[in-house]
Design a protein around this ligand. Structure first.
Ligand code: HEM
Length: 510
């Protein structure tokens, strides 16, 4: 008996020692080692705090900077990312900071960035976003790796680019038209365009992904939309080992319930679609159709599972709707203030389309509108950063990058840097893009990255630009508009860059 108890005790002690060892290794030893390696190479940053890293400091700084609205200025970097603004001033162009025990190397120096991103192992390495984001995105294209990524990327490139964009345009025009019909009674009343664009863009992505079943798709996407603020809340909390897996709070349970509902509804749609295909009733032209084709692929290399399809549908909703509604909201805000550019854009729309509906050929000729969209993406990039994971220790020239650190490319910091864009970096000046992007950035191609950088850049950028151009064209053909006095300028980062209180616009029928 004594021997048995003794063995049990030794076993328990060993497990405890092992757990403690792992805990201190992750939360103390690794951060100390990485801090030492980086500082010996001249890269400094705020000190690591045990367990929390800099998360508490960051959250306090953001709470303070966003506690009240700001003046109507586009110099939003110090408000939205006060920690980066402050540390880049204190520690230099490249800094090391800590999201919990995760090291983040922020790189703003163009030459270094170019060198780092030329290493394929890094430019392909998507960061692990932790259990919450993994739950939200699942194994979809945004976070997949290796062969699975290559397969999903190929399908998405095929679905959202080239010839197929032509087929997508009518669905976009129809959804914008529905939105504008809802605006018929707009008169002199103001509208929160952020809400309007969210509905419209979710309508578009639902049509493109689910085709004729898009009404059903909209319900899925509403639930997916409800997940994002819950995930943002959870992400700001530091999680200790598996503790949170065992003890779930109210938000964890809500997330689980929404995910189960989404999974069940997509599965049901797939079953219905499969039976329609068998009876020969349904064409396979939408994205769900393309994905289902891959489910039936005889070549194992291209085969997708049902879970892959579910993940991919959810991924495209998140990636392909919130971002465009933000681009449109910020562009409308800027054109509501800078009405001289609104007039210039309207003139161009009249020249190209008159009062006709936009077509893909005509959209390509909207040069001024392209400049306005680029300037909007520069000042208000919906996605604030591009992140890459260093999977194994890597040498970049003389610099050694330890395994597991993240490379953090801060789009907003680069987009608003006067050293790159000039002293007027914070002003809305679409003319800086008149000669194209390459000539706008002082020969610094990494300085404009609203759609990311390298082989894992945004697969939907053409889709997004086209949808934004179509929506703006159709609005400019019908309305003159200004920013309402009731608008409160309060940009915040809630996963993406959002207007905290919406964007209220006053419309006047032409
Ligand atoms: C204004 C709108 C959009 C913005 C600002 C935006 C921005 C981004 C950014 C910054 C990335 C990360 C790139 C990187 O890490 O280098 C990304 C990736 C991605 N985006 Fe977009 N995006 C937009 C619209 C869309 C649309 C419409 C779709 C789909 C139809 C889409 C699908 C994706 C996907 C699937 C990825 C992951 C690509 C990969 O890992 O291979 N995005 N996007």
């Amino acid at each position: 008996m004594v021997t048995f108890l003794g063995v049990l005790l030794v076993l328990l002690c060993s497990i405890l020692i092992l757990a403690l060892f792992k805990f201190f290794h992750k939360f103390w030893w690794v951060p100390m080692r990485i801090t030492h390696v980086m500082s010996s190479q001249g890269i400094q940053g705020p000190p690591y705090n045990f367990i929390y890293g800099n998360t508490k400091v960051i959250s306090n700084m953001i709470k303070k900077s966003t506690s009240s609205p700001m003046d109507m200025s586009h110099h939003i970097f110090p408000r939205v990312e006060p920690h980066l603004d402050s540390w880049l001033h204190i520690y230099g162009n490249n800094i090391l900071y800590w999201q919990g025990p995760q090291a983040e190397l922020v790189v703003t120096e163009a030459e270094l960035l170019k060198k780092i991103m030329s290493i394929r192992g890094i430019s392909m390495g998507r960061q692990d976003m932790g259990p919450i984001s993994n739950k939200i995105f699942g194994g979809g294209l945004v976070f997949s790796q290796g062969d699975k990524w290559a397969k999903q990327r190929k399908l998405a490139t095929h679905a959202f680019n080239g010839e197929r964009l032509k087929n997508i345009v009518p669905a976009m025009v129809e959804s914008v038209d529905m939105m504008l019909k809802r605006w018929k009674d707009v008169g002199t009343k103001e509208k929160d365009v952020y809400e309007e664009f969210r509905t419209m863009t979710s309508e578009v992505i639902s049509r493109i992904v689910f085709g004729s079943s898009y009404e059903e798709g909209k319900k899925i996407f509403q639930k997916q939309g409800a997940l994002i603020p819950l995930a943002a809340k959870q992400l700001s909390k530091t999680r200790i080992l598996g503790f949170k897996m065992i003890f779930k709070d109210k938000e964890d349970l809500e997330i689980d319930k929404l995910l189960a509902d989404i999974r069940d509804t997509i599965k049901k749609m797939i079953r219905i679609r499969e039976s329609m295909i068998v009876s020969g009733a349904e064409s396979m032209n939408d994205y769900l159709g393309i994905l289902l084709n891959s489910y039936h692929d005889v070549d194992e290399n291209y085969k997708l599972s049902i879970q892959d399809i579910i993940d991919e549908c959810r991924t495209f909703y998140i990636a392909g709707h919130g971002t465009i509604s933000l681009l449109l909201s910020w562009a409308t805000l800027l054109l509501g203030i800078h009405t001289e550019w609104q007039e210039k854009a309207r003139e161009e729309v009249q020249e190209v389309f008159g009062n006709q509906s936009p077509s893909l050929e005509g959209i390509a000729r909207l040069k001024r509108m392209g400049m306005i969209i680029n300037e909007t993406l520069r000042l208000y990039p919906p996605t604030l950063s591009t992140i890459r994971k260093v999977l194994k220790e890597t040498h970049v020239g003389d610099l050694v990058l330890p395994a597991s650190i993240n490379i953090h490319i801060p789009a907003l910091a680069l987009h608003q840097d006067p050293r790159i864009w000039g002293e007027d970096a914070h002003l809305f000046k679409p003319e800086r893009f008149a000669e194209g992007i390459a000539n706008s950035v002082n020969k610094n191609p990494g300085a404009f990255l609203p759609f990311g950088y390298g082989p894992r850049n945004c697969v939907g950028s053409n889709f997004a630009i086209n949808e934004a151009k179509i929506a703006l064209t159709m609005i400019l053909q019908r309305y003159r508009f200004t920013l309402s006095q009731n608008y409160v300028h309060a940009p915040v980062q809630l996963v993406t860059l959002r207007p905290m209180y919406g964007v209220q616009i006053l419309f006047q029928h032409l």
